[in-house]
Design a protein around this ligand. Structure first.
Ligand SMILES: Nc1ncnc2c1ncn2[C@@H]1O[C@H](COP(=O)(O)OP(=O)(O)OP(=O)(O)O)[C@@H](O)[C@H]1O
Ligand SMILES: [Mg+2]
Length: 269
């Protein structure tokens, strides 16, 4: 499948109980097939709303989302989603292994293959021992890693992640960042990754989209011209990394003040 994502003129207005919120005003951008794009923006600017529209969980007020050229009108097969509210994304009456296996049941895979995928995914998030536990027996960060394992086991072509590492400790977070990069490189999946963390956006992304404060538009798109081979020790202390993170930081500050984008980032020296 050619799994490019196109968001075109997307607008979302929430209405109900006498309240009307324009969460997203007018968003247009593309994530190419096989690209890893990070999205940052101020709290409340509509990132989760955008991802829910892209996942077919919410209908846009106007505009559309296209996946591989087809309009998204419900959860598309081949797409996995890691929600921000991890506490609500696992079924408490199912064991960890069953939670991870659940989406695989739609895939017509043999039982042995399903077991293999579940074991591999749990292993890769460092929870090989937790398959028999219930979600509520795990810490918040562990529950989030289960949700991530479930998305990985599904072997998606498109992966949407909404601040997936917010509840995870720093060391695990670094490991999971490298896992996302590795999976992306190995499997050629299309990834859209929402984060509050500027360093994380620059470390992970091939491109960073900065959203403005509400009413939300794309403030800037920044190409991350760091080498594809990244590692936590060297990449984060490279001069280019510092330049890019400064640039994203300035853009977010400008976005919060509602100012237009400033001039372009200077090329590497
Ligand atoms: N179901 C809903 N009904 C009404 N308003 C909503 C609903 N969901 C979100 N909103 C409003 O839409 C706006 C955008 O919310 P959203 O959760 O998409 O932002 P966000 O960028 O993901 O924020 P955060 O960074 O804090 O996760 C907010 O003003 C929020 O109050
Ligand atoms: Mg959110």
């Amino acid at each position: 499948m050619h799994a490019s994502l196109v968001v075109s003129g997307l607008r979302k207005v929430y209405e109900g109980s006498g309240r009307r919120v324009e969460a997203v005003r007018d968003l247009t951008f593309t994530v190419d097939a096989g690209e890893l794009v990070c999205l940052v923006g101020p709290s409340g600017c509509g990132k989760t709303t955008l991802l829910k529209c892209m996942a077919g969980l919410l209908a846009p007020t106007s505009g559309e989302v296209l996946l591989g050229g087809r309009r998204v009108s419900g959860p598309p097969p081949g797409m996995a989603f890691v929600f921000q509210e991890y506490g609500r994304s696992l079924f408490p009456w199912m064991r960890v292994g069953e939670n991870v296996e659940l989406p695989l049941r739609q895939k017509k895979l043999g039982r042995a293959r399903r077991g293999e995928l579940v074991a591999d995914a749990l292993e890769s998030v460092g929870l090989a021992d937790a398959a028999g536990a219930y979600p509520w027996q795990l810490s918040g960060g562990m529950q989030q890693r289960v949700a991530i394992a479930r998305a990985l086991a599904y072997e998606p072509e498109v992966l949407l992640m909404d601040e997936p590492f917010a509840a995870v400790d720093a060391q695990t977070r670094a490991d999971l960042e490298d896992l996302v990069r590795r999976l992306w490189r190995e499997r050629g999946i299309t990834v859209l990754f929402v984060t509050h963390d500027i360093d994380e956006a620059v470390y992970l992304g091939e491109r960073v989209l900065v959203l403005s404060a509400s009413p939300t538009v794309v403030q800037e798109q920044l190409k991350v011209d760091l080498p594809a081979e990244r590692d936590q020790l060297h990449t984060r202390v490279s001069p280019r990394f510092a330049e890019l993170r400064t640039r994203v930081y300035e853009q977010i500050q400008a976005a919060k003040r509602g100012e237009p984008a400033v001039e372009d980032v200077p090329p590497p020296r």
